[in-house]
Ligand binder design. Structure first.
Ligand code: NAP
Length: 341
């Protein structure tokens, strides 16, 4: 008999998530049936989408989320003991996976390729399947390349630039030969972007005037804008775009703690969109689900050639899931925020 620990949603988030909105419970798991397998979480992800998406689920639901988990018992030959899966099992330590069950994002768990084999000599943590080699990595790859259609010599601005998606997008921009400007929330993050990831410029939106700084570092205007944040910063950037610029709207984290009835107001963007004939497109990464293997392969090649660097902010202890989640929403992470139970 295996006892699982899990976090259950007991109150829908209002404003900033609070520790009491979730409750840590235990659950005795039954014996597995034919076709099922039992997994133990090795790494759990905390992501911005959890804040708005959790409102779609009834109270009592296990908090939504993805994890990398090891198969510890199996009655499914396609999922043998010892292999790892990446899936949306939620915030829980142990899970019985039934392939016929319902899956968040309509995405059943997938076997994770053996990272050791992939990298030959170099150790690659399976946790990368939650970040640079998983959903955030696919988001960066398709959301930037397919929506912005970048060309060498152009100028790219990325918001949320030191996070999982943003840090990846900026580096693809650099690989493609663009001038890359990242906007983020601390000097330490700015330094990481320019000194290690080789962004051309970084702006700290908490201490610097984004409009004035952008005019200095992008005097010829912006061609591609990858937006993770929304709000007034996004409007400011859009007003510095060149004719036929492309905006990829990936997220709007600056408003995730607001109810739809009280979304923040920002300067309207239509005058810039019309006069500069901008293309502005939102996307969900699942649009390209049938092409994820392409992004996986290319991201892996870039990692192997050390053209794509990554960083993880790891919180230890399953009981600290909430702390990691709340911290990520406040910007405490650099790169991908994960939890090691
Ligand atoms: P992340 O960037 O690693 O972490 C969130 C970051 O957001 C924080 O570190 C913080 O960094 C920043 N932030 C928080 N509040 C902010 C505010 N008020 N203004 C500006 N920045 C703020 O998270 P991620 O997983 O890479 O996700 C980034 C964005 O991509 C999110 O908007 C997410 O919803 C979106 N996303 C979309 C898709 C899709 O399919 N469309 C898929 C995945 C992710 P600072 O220190 O810089 O403030």
């Amino acid at each position: 008999m295996v006892t699982a620990k899990k976090f259950v949603l007991v109150k829908h988030f209002e404003g900033e998530p609070k520790p009491d909105d979730l409750k840590l419970e235990t659950e005795e798991l039954p014996a597995i049936q034919d076709g099922e397998y039992l997994v133990e979480a090795e790494y759990l992800s905390v992501d911005p989408y959890m804040r708005p998406y959790s409102a779609r689920y009834p109270l009592g639901t296990t908090m939504i989320g993805s994890q990398i988990a090891k198969i510890i018992e199996s009655k499914n030959p396609d999922f043998p003991v010892g292999m790892r899966v990446s899936g949306y099992m939620g915030w829980r330590t142990h899970t019985i996976v039934n392939m016929e069950g319902e899956h968040v994002f309509d995405s059943p768990p997938r076997l994770l390729p053996e990272m050791k084999t992939l990298m030959r000599m170099r150790f690659l943590s399976p946790s990368l399947g939650l970040g640079v080699m998983g959903m955030p990595g696919y988001t960066a790859y398709f959301g930037f390349l397919e929506v912005c259609k970048p060309r060498a010599g152009e100028t790219l601005v990325v918001t949320g630039a030191a996070g999982a998606v943003g840090s990846h997008v900026g580096q693809i921009g650099r690989i493609m030969g663009l001038t890359v400007i990242g906007i983020t929330g601390s000097d330490e993050k700015c330094q990481w972007l320019t000194e290690e990831l080789r962004f051309d410029h970084a702006i700290n939106y908490k201490t610097q005037n984004v409009e004035a700084e952008l005019k200095k570092v992008a005097p010829n205007g912006v061609d591609c804008f990858f937006d993770n944040v929304g709000g007034e910063i996004a409007s400011t950037i859009i007003y510095q775009m060149n004719a036929f610029g492309r905006v990829s709207i990936c997220g709007s984290i600056s408003a995730y703690n607001n109810d739809a009835s009280e979304y923040p107001k920002a300067t309207i963007i239509q005058p810039a969109a019309v006069s500069k004939q901008l293309k502005i497109e939102g996307f969900l990464v699942w649009r390209w689900a049938d092409r994820f293997s392409e992004a996986f392969k290319t991201n892996l090649e870039w990692i192997q050639k050390e053209r794509l660097l990554y960083r993880e902010t790891v919180t230890e202890g399953f009981e600290n899931m909430f702390k990691a989640f709340a911290g990520m929403l406040k910007g405490e992470n650099i790169g991908k925020a994960i939890v090691k139970p």
